[in-house]
Design a protein around this ligand. Structure first.
Ligand code: FE
Length: 164
């Protein structure tokens, strides 16, 4: 497919994010089960709830643009999630597993932050101010989640270090 305009790239990138968010929606319940720290579990639970909101926001974005969210599989997110799934199959000390889960989750967040940052900028350039607001709201939640994971890692990594 030939991309003729920034608008077309914008829609393609949004489809990628829509696929990514739906993949995260499926992966998070497995991460919740695998986490040992209650704080980490509840952090993932909260982010699962937020992710449902991210999917809904993207659906609103597509509605406003009169475009379909379907038709793309985000291979980048698929790879990040596959890496996480491989980690979860490892036989690991619970604290070490938690540290690994945080690392996997932060990769997810950084990937999303990059994606939302780009589409938010495209939306601004293309003059879709309502869409900018929706994308900004999600971008901020992804950044907050990343910061929260960094704070959690401060304890979890120390416990992982003391595990063996
Ligand atoms: Fe998200």
């Amino acid at each position: 497919m030939k991309l003729e305009s920034l608008k077309e790239l914008f829609v393609e990138e949004l489809k990628d994010l829509y696929s990514a968010e739906n993949q995260i929606l499926k992966a998070l319940p497995k991460m919740i089960k695998k986490a040992s720290s209650n704080q980490l579990k509840s952090g993932f639970e909260e982010h699962l709830e937020q992710t449902r909101g991210h999917v809904e926001r993207l659906e609103k974005v597509f509605q406003q643009l009169d475009e379909s969210p379907k038709g793309k599989k985000c291979k980048g997110m698929e790879g990040i999630i596959t890496d996480g799934a491989e980690l979860m199959e490892e036989d690991a000390e619970p604290d070490v597993m938690d540290a690994g889960l945080i690392a996997a989750a932060q990769r997810v967040e950084h990937y999303e932050i990059a994606g939302y940052g780009c589409v938010r900028t495209y939306a601004r350039l293309l003059g879709h101010s309502n869409v900018v607001q929706l994308l900004d709201a999600t971008l901020n939640e992804e950044k907050e989640t990343d910061a929260k994971l960094t704070r959690l890692a401060e304890n979890v990594n120390v416990e992982a270090k003391e595990a063996a």
